[in-house]
Design a protein around this ligand. Structure first.
Ligand code: ZN
Length: 247
């Protein structure tokens, strides 16, 4: 992948596949999970929250615990190193699990929010992550209920994050779509935007997606493996150049 070694404007979009390699379970867990009997809308929509905030908070407490126990995988680590190594690098994620930051990524555009953050339902003010007790929904000083700061079904993506992602995609020379099924819009449009504007499009995903036929290079393999191999290649290339220091 020649462009990855150059000083090219590089944009990476990550999705659930990257988290799955860290053992982060799918939305409600497996079919034996105690949450499987609830619909996604009951657990992650404003209507679901208004109907039963205790249920929603219990579910988020469960997810936060599982996510807190997960560890960043080699794919997260390579992306954190690329941020430091490449001068024009933008990381965009659909994941809410904070694993990119825990791996060392400093600038992360979070399209779907962050499960470790909260905000007030009424005034929107950020609220600290506090222990949830089943008999008590956290409240803001304004009296509004506190909710997780993630994008629920039927909600718009955070405008600033989406705009930043679109601008980055539009000027990308290399765009890497990693571990995303390319089905959730508008994030799924980002590789298309980049490709139309002339970016070299690379897809890393276990399965074929609707992006695959448009990609210049496709890797149907775990992202941790592919990214580790790419990073090794960068190091080899850099060492063969004079006066180049690689950490
Ligand atoms: Zn408030």
């Amino acid at each position: 992948m020649k462009l990855l070694r150059d000083n090219a404007r590089t944009v990476v979009l990550t999705g659930a596949g990257v988290s799955a390699e860290s053992g982060v379970p799918t939305f409600r867990g497996g079919s034996d999970s105690l949450w499987a009997k609830f619909s996604p809308e009951e657990l992650a929509s404003i209507d679901g929250f208004m109907a039963n905030p205790t249920l929603v908070w219990e579910w988020y407490s469960w997810r936060r615990k599982l996510i807190g126990e997960a560890q960043p995988n080699p794919g997260h680590e390579v992306l954190a190193k690329l941020e430091k190594h490449l001068s024009k690098f933008t990381l965009v994620t659909q994941n809410v699990d904070n694993l990119h930051q825990r791996a060392g990524s400093e600038q992360v555009i979070e399209l779907h929010g962050n499960i470790h953050k909260n905000k007030c339902l009424r005034c929107g003010r950020p609220a600290p992550e506090s222990a949830f007790a089943t008999d008590q929904i956290p409240k803001c000083s304004c009296g509004g209920m506190i909710r997780p700061d993630v994008v629920w079904f039927g909600e718009l993506l955070p405008e600033a994050a989406l705009n930043a992602a679109i601008v980055a995609a539009g000027s990308a020379e290399l765009f890497m779509s990693i571990g995303t099924s390319a089905l959730v819009f508008p994030a799924a449009d980002l590789p298309v935007i980049a490709k139309r504007r002339g970016a070299y499009l690379v897809e890393i995903n276990l399965e074929e997606t609707r992006i695959s036929p448009h990609a210049d290079e496709v890797f149907h393999a775990p992202s941790g493996e592919v990214l580790s191999a790419l990073w090794d290649q960068i190091r080899v290339d850099d060492k063969s150049r004079p006066n180049t220091v690689v950490d």
